[in-house]
Design a protein. Structure first.
Length: 80
């Protein structure tokens, strides 16, 4: 009987914790060609900037946030 009480107490603690847990939203990944096609509307840069920013990028998809970060980094590089 004491085991049943312990199980009920555990269930009472766990259920609210599970139901109130925050859901993590995953950002949508877009194919690089789509980001390139819409680079002017999305990031305010020409498609050539996308080409340079993603030159050493290994994946074929990226989120808008990743693309923004790569573009900013690329535009800040010193020209040699």
């Amino acid at each position: 009987m004491s085991n049943e009480k312990a199980i009920k107490k555990t269930e009472e603690i766990v259920k609210p914790a599970v139901s109130t847990a925050k859901t993590i939203k995953k950002e949508t990944e877009f194919p690089l060609y789509e980001l390139r096609e819409h680079s002017l509307e999305l990031f305010g840069v020409k498609s050539e900037v996308i080409d340079g920013a993603f030159l050493n990028y290994k994946n074929v998809k990226a989120t808008k946030k990743q693309a923004e970060n790569l573009i900013k980094s690329f535009l800040k590089k010193e020209v040699k």
